[in-house]
Design a protein around this ligand. Sequence first.
Ligand SMILES: [Mn+2]
Length: 235
Amino acid sequence: MSDIHGCYDEFLKLLELIKYNPANDQLILLGDYLDRGPRSKETLSEVMSLVDEGAIALRGNHDQMFYDWIQIDNERNDLHFFRNGGYATITSYVGNGWFKEIGYDNDLVKKAKRLIQDHDQAHLEFIEKLPYFYENEDYIFVHAGINPKLKNWKLTDEQDFMWIRDQFLFNDHTHNHTIVHGHTPNTLIHKSNDIYIGNNKIGIDGSCAYGGQLNCLEITMDSIKMHHVMSKNKL
Ligand SMILES: [Mn+2]
């Protein structure tokens, strides 16, 4: 699964739908747990519990943006985070009544940072340790993609693992692995929120936080199955 973006209810519903059982299944989450959707904090807490039970969670650009926003005081950066779905993340951590008026308030944003640092250090430490990719014999799992020009894809720039789009999406790669990724909404790849299966690439971002769907790609010994739940987020 990928790009949950605070869609906590859909996340739980999808885990139920696929009858996820940590004793038999390897759950792999491709990042972007936070921002845009209504329940970022609960989503990240759930991801942390799932990792304790054996799930693998990777690092997305939004997870990194939240982490950087907390660590670095920079007004331009703060405003950028706030506008790119961060508003929903901040209120999920400090409460819906935090911002009394609609709009950016530098002082309240800074205070929210300190509050989150004081109360949710475990979340920040969790994000700090998230890996950029996971590979097995047949697949590479990554948030955004790899640099397709490199012979050794593991040398892909850390920013590219989290952010790459066109260069990865519109160029074939030469590796034997199939690359499973999120990050770019599937509507931009094949005009549908359904899972996209391409040339050794599988895109699974169904734009749940934009009113689409949350996808799960299930890989078994001899087949691939697709599951999804529809978003509750009507925009
Ligand atoms: Mn992303």
